[in-house]
Design a protein. Structure first.
Length: 271
């Protein structure tokens, strides 16, 4: 994930050019018989040492390249080598945590994010990523605390709003969840998944009219969202008594593979 999963975000790094690692110590006025041989020997020695002991920057770049290729274990190996040199490298710690997360090693990733935060508590990324890891473990309250800190450090990150809203939704704190999705949609009005979760929050608040509006926006933007059609159908029938429209939505949900719609169709649409 060089990038990033609403499950876990890692921002690609821009690496500065490497500095010159070797310059000749020999003067141009030395005799011509030996200096060339000595330069070659010293040069080869330097190349050998450089190959055996790459810099932090090289190890970080190699690890990120492995992440881009989704070669997560290899990425961790590079980051571990870097961390042997500098255990407090916050970027490497955060990246290692993401690589572990992507392998499903959630409980291993969390203490690595802890270390990244200790190394640099001013960067939103490890707070956000640790929140994502806690979300995976359904520790929504702890995830919410991390998302709050991440948002305080960088309020412009829409992914934080999305994931915090999702945590709040899972905690049934619908009004706060709604606020996050509304704020997100002001900047990203075509985010189908944000409309969908906004609709869920509104239904949770017993607001079927706005819930249906959000769900309609969802299927207009993402016609393959089967659950959105299902919720539309159920809401039309149970809250508004719109049987024909509701049955059409339920049949669409079933055609898209949402099996729970079948019971509603049999009980209410085939009679």
């Amino acid at each position: 994930m060089s990038e990033d999963t609403h499950g876990g975000q890692f921002m690609p790094l821009k690496l500065a050019k490497m500095p010159t690692v070797f310059s000749s110590p020999f003067s141009l006025s030395l005799p011509k018989i030996y200096p060339v041989n000595k330069l070659w020997i010293l040069g080869l020695l330097c190349v050998s040492l450089f190959a055996c002991s790459p810099s932090e920057e090289e190890l970080l770049k190699a690890g990120i390249e492995k992440m881009d290729a989704q070669a997560w274990p290899e990425a961790v190996t590079y980051f571990d080598q870097l961390l042997e040199k500098n255990p407090a490298n916050a970027t490497a710690l955060n990246a290692k945590g993401v690589a572990l997360f992507q392998q499903g090693k959630i409980e291993e990733a969390i203490p690595v994010f802890d270390q990244a935060i200790t190394a640099d508590s001013t960067n939103y990324k490890p707070w956000f990523n640790r929140g994502n890891a806690k979300m995976e473990l359904k520790n929504y309250k702890e995830a919410l605390a991390d998302f709050n800190l991440a948002s305080a450090l960088d309020p412009t990150q829409l992914d934080i709003l999305f994931n915090r809203g999702t945590a709040l939704l899972n905690m049934e704190q619908y009004e706060d969840a709604l606020l996050d999705f509304q704020t997100l949609l002001q900047s990203d009005p075509n985010n189908a998944e944000a409309h969908f979760r906004k609709g869920k929050a509104e239904l949770g608040m017993s607001d079927p009219i706005h819930g249906m509006e959000s769900l309609t926006n969802t299927v207009n933007l993402d016609p393959k969202n089967a659950e959105a059609y299902y919720l539309l159908g159920v809401t039309r029938m149970s809250a508004l008594g719109q049987k024909n429209e509701g049955c059409a939505d339920l049949k669409m949900a079933l055609s898209l593979g949402y099996s729970e719609a079948e019971t509603w169709i049999k009980d209410f649409c085939e009679k």
